[in-house]
Design a protein. Sequence first.
Length: 258
Amino acid sequence: MRNIAEIFKREVRHYYTSPIAYVVIVIFTAVFGFLYFRNLTYYSQLSYQLMQNPYYPQRIDLVMAVFAPLFSSNSIIFLLVIPPLSMRLFAEEKKSGTIELMFTYPVKDIQMVLGKWLASLTILLVMLALSVPGVFMAFKFAGSWEWGPVLSGYLGMFLMGVSFLSLGILISALSENQIVALIISYGALLAFWFLGWAIDPNSGKKMADVLTEFSIIQHLDNFIKGVIDTRDVVYYVLFIFTCVFLTARVLESKRWRG
């Protein structure tokens, strides 16, 4: 644990002494805030119009009008901002030659991976935490406190974000250049994103269902609806574990090759 903590502190220090973390956090907050404000404005205008109509005395559902489309759009934001967080974690070490120096330390490969993975995870948590005040503002504005679907949506966003990070770290470990790692990460995430849509419907429903299960975005839908399905949770957990495990194996192979 001590080795993991030391690597974690080293990486966090690097994030916050360079512009990477600040740029990513600002971009995420700005785009998320814009979409939140747009959805809340639409909800406010539509609620006012419905209240003027005696046939529609009820206000529209806040979660479905504001947070459901917001959480859905957030997958696109994560696709843009998370690969830059992971691109340098191992690619930069290889390019600068410090990866060989780290191999001489009494640090296991999995400890190195977990330390860097946890450091990048803190940035994801900061981004999500900065979006929470908007939830309280919307609930106070609407006079409704439906926490269940919102918490479910945040859980889905967190698991999806960690999955993006884990895949990005694996690609960084396979790459020698940060830009190459960034481009491949974008391509790999898009491939997992469109996996369920690319299948020809004429090839059979069973094949389409199988490929859809591998799509990283399809498993977010139930969380957005307020449903926590164990199949979706297991998918994300297995995806994260597989990427972290493969990253450790990549480092192990490089250690033996020298």
